[in-house]
Design a protein around this ligand. Structure first.
Ligand code: FAD
Length: 501
């Protein structure tokens, strides 16, 4: 499960939901003409996966038909939980023949409503496909079904003295299928790359039920197009991932962790540059602001700051130190001498190590406990970060309502900034989103000038599809649509996500 809060879902009035669900045809997508009744379809699904693995209770539909975003009302037709690739294939072949929309779903920790079913979709959730099939300690690979959680993969690698480097705060709940579908980044991307870099082979069930086996676990394979990359980051719109072969690593040796305080954002890229030049082996370079820190201290039980006084910005630096020399200490001295940091604390034992990481990894959950949140997940070239943040601050002076807080944090070593607009829970939700949206549009325009991306790692889903044009050219979007038409010409897989057909 996720950290300390668990997952919270909307509490929509059930009467409204039941009413809408009975009128399933009314909410179907325009481009699809379902040619079976809801009752017939559910009967078929029960026949494939067993009665108890098809959920139709209103409360189940709400919790399994959504993800971590709290913006769209979930209205799935039903939730179906297959246990094998063959079952996924039968389900999709049926939905294909009968023009039923399908939303693939994993751990439902997504932050852009990619797994939210709003139009009577059949949600196919992969949680029961949670077997680790093989850990190859010689070839350094791990083969698993799509429903295995990221944390379970890490543990399986660890049990063989190895390391699976994908790491994100939602690891206890998110699944490798979801990670692949979103091309998740996480806190170790700076050293090991993101999800794409970890995937050696994939098995995918296509919209018509065909199984596409790209499961060859080779490190080198230049025989034609490498199709698996099309599915990585495709947010469930091209196929359902059922199995993956993943890259493992030797365990990193002797990790050292420090939190540094600094008073100016402009110093952060310089801290990164100096740390890289010092030759230390960086495994994570994360950042958060004083506001983010205060919110975690307020909401995370037992959280403590290592500092006597709070500063405007913090950097969490993790390095691997294979030798005996305490490299991190001499690096911190250099950074002090250069006037880049004002205070720093090194974790001296495993408890402190966890505490320091907790201050960064619990920001998302603490924000959810603190207020209403609208999220942007942007990326920029590192040398453009400071200019962008200065322009952002200037923009907010005129635009930000008084009761809205701006909370910045993120994987800054990758140029990835999470911008969070936060207002009290008592605020009218529609008004809050309207105001935050007005700012967000200006932020994206600014971002386009700085040649950044509106989505660094969370994806597009429903929440950002209208903004795709800020980041991708019309030609790119047109080729994306053509690719979609090749794999899913009827448009049954996750319709409405990334772009409208
Ligand atoms: C506290 C917290 C911290 C987070 N930190 C990070 C972070 O550091 N980096 C990061 O990148 N993300 C982060 N996220 C976002 C989220 O955890 C990732 O996007 C994750 O990869 C989603 O996986 P999931 O299994 O929960 O997918 P879901 O939310 O269930 O689905 C996400 C998308 O993938 C599709 N999908 C799911 N399973 C499959 C499948 N088997 N086949 C095809 N399509 C599928 C869905 O249709 C949807 O479009 C965080 C989220 C939270 C709540």
């Amino acid at each position: 499960m996720l950290g300390f809060f668990g997952i919270h879902f909307f509490g929509y009035p059930q009467s409204l939901f039941v009413h809408l669900n009975r009128n399933f045809k009314l909410m179907a997508f325009d481009h699809l003409s379902p040619n079976v009744s809801q009752e017939e379809a559910i009967k078929f699904f029960k026949n494939v996966v067993g009665d108890r693995n098809v959920l139709t209770d209103p409360s189940d539909l709400q919790s399994w038909g959504t993800d971590w975003t709290r913006v769209f009302e979930p209205r799935p037709m039903c939730i179906v939980k297959p246990a094998s690739t063959e079952e996924v294939s039968r389900l999709l072949a049926y939905c294909w023949s009968n023009e039923l929309a399908v939303t693939p779903s994993g751990g439902r920790t997504g932050l852009c409503a990619g797994a939210v079913a709003t139009h009577g979709e059949v949600v196919i959730n992969l949680s029961r496909m949670n077997r680790i099939i093989d850990v190859d300690a010689i070839g350094l690979t791990l083969t698993a079904e799509a429903g295995v959680t990221t944390e379970a993969l890490q543990e399986a690698a660890k049990s063989k003295g190895l390391f699976f480097p994908l790491d994100l705060a939602s690891k206890g709940s998110c699944q490798i299928g979801g990670n692949i579908a979103t091309n998740a980044g996480g806190v170790k991307l700076i050293r090991y790359g993101g999800t794409r870099e970890q995937v050696l082979g994939l098995e995918v069930v296509l919209a018509n039920g065909d199984v596409l086996d790209m499961n060859v676990a080779l490190r080198k394979n230049n025989s034609g197009y490498d199709l698996k990359h099309l599915f990585i980051g495709s947010e469930g719109t091209l196929g359902i991932v059922t199995k993956a072969v993943l890259r493992l690593m030797p365990k990193p040796r002797n990790l050292q962790l420090a939190i540094m305080a600094t008073d100016e954002f402009v110093k952060i890229p310089e801290i990164l540059r100096k740390s890289s030049l010092a030759g230390v082996s960086i495994t994570a370079f994360e950042f958060f602001t004083e506001v983010a820190h205060r919110i975690v201290l307020k909401h995370l039980p037992g959280a403590r700051t290592p500092f006597q006084e709070l500063s405007k910005f913090y950097v969490l630096l993790e390095v691997e130190q294979p030798g005996a020399e305490p490299e991190i200490e001499s690096l911190l001295e250099t950074l002090f001498e250069a006037g880049l940091i004002s205070d720093a604390s090194i974790a001296t034992n495993s408890t402190q190590f966890k505490e320091f990481w907790g201050l960064r990894e619990n920001i998302t959950e603490s924000l959810a406990a603190h207020g209403q949140v609208r999220k942007n997940d942007i990326s920029l070239a590192i040398d453009k970060l400071d200019g962008f943040v200065k322009s952002l601050e200037a923009l907010l002076v005129t635009k930000k309502p008084k009761d809205m807080e701006l909370v910045l944090f993120g994987h800054i070593g990758d140029g990835n900034l999470h911008i969070n607009y936060v207002s009290p829970k008592s605020r009218d939700s529609q008004e809050f989103h309207k105001e935050a949206r007005a700012i967000e549009e200006d932020v994206f325009k600014l971002l386009a000038k700085f040649k950044g991306s509106i989505s660094a790692e969370h994806g597009i889903g429903l929440t950002k599809k209208k903004d795709l044009h800020f980041t991708r050219t019309p030609d790119e979007v047109s080729w994306m649509k053509k690719t979609k038409a090749v794999f899913d010409p009827k448009g049954i897989l996750n319709p409405g996500k990334i772009f409208d057909l």
